[in-house]
Design a protein around this ligand. Structure first.
Ligand code: ADE
Length: 248
């Protein structure tokens, strides 16, 4: 997969893109991350990318010219490449959206700055708008890193074990069950017996139930759409009788 990122601050990406799994994914040529400085698509001596808003008001607006030219140059003649603007006005980024984006061979991400981008950028080249949550960042760069990270780990071969991404929290529609490793007892806290006995069916059942318990306690909203067996629905009903979810 190839992801092109249009930004005024390409250096911001250096750390996150050159460590750990994203680094290895690029080395294995499963992922190509290309950074493009929007300033390279300006035409004036001062390399201007923003201007004051028509109609007045505070802040600066990113000019349409450099952004649109940058998208067109980077995209080339190819059709059907999603051009995604990172903005708090976009649709909320979820695991489902990450899965959807991971199906594309190419993505172009535009990082907005200042008060926003000229509306004509949306009208001409943008095909999708994504927000990583209901809060306002200083720009789209951190949001783009979040999107790249969540999408990259879904590309086949990027994570070590094939099933690692499928069992994730949210991929199952539930939060994850608790994890334990050695030692079997630490500061008086024991690893649940069932995990030490090697009965894989019992372990699987325990994990599903603990995932349901955790989801009920922390994110009961997710249970509205989670796929549960009849037996698991009974378990949930028992849980609901015992304790109320933690309120946020
Ligand atoms: N740019 C500023 N805030 C953002 C957010 N929450 N998501 C995506 N892009 C942004």
């Amino acid at each position: 997969m190839q992801i092109d990122i249009l930004t005024l601050f390409p250096a911001m990406f250096e750390g996150p893109f050159s460590e750990s799994i994203l680094k290895r994914a690029q080395e294995k040529q499963l992922l190509s991350l290309r950074l493009h400085d929007i300033r390279n698509y300006t035409t004036d001596k001062h390399r201007t990318v923003d201007d004051t808003p028509y109609g007045g008001g505070g802040g600066m607006v990113m000019m349409p010219g450099p952004l649109i030219e940058a998208v067109e140059a980077v995209r080339g003649p190819e059709r059907g490449v999603p051009v995604i603007l990172l903005t708090p006005q976009g649709r909320i980024f979820t695991q489902r959206v990450a899965q959807e984006l991971a199906q594309h061979p190419r993505l172009i991400l535009i990082c907005g700055r200042y008060e926003g981008v000229d509306e004509r950028v949306r009208q001409t080249v943008v095909t999708d708008e994504i927000s990583i949550g209901d809060y306002v960042l200083t720009g789209g760069e951190l949001a783009a890193m979040v999107v790249v990270d969540a999408v990259a780990r879904l590309i086949p071969g990027v994570l070590g074990a094939r099933w690692a991404a499928e069992e994730d929290s949210h991929a199952m529609g539930l939060l994850e069950y608790p994890h334990y490793t050695r030692p079997p007892e630490y500061r008086g806290l024991a690893v649940p017996d069932v995990l030490l006995r090697g009965d894989h069916a019992a372990i699987e059942r325990w994990r599903r139930r603990e995932a349901i318990r955790r989801t009920w306690q922390r994110r009961p909203d997710l249970l509205l759409t989670a796929q549960l067996s009849d037996d698991e629905r009974w378990f949930l009903a028992e849980l609901a009788e015992q304790d109320a979810p933690m309120l946020v």
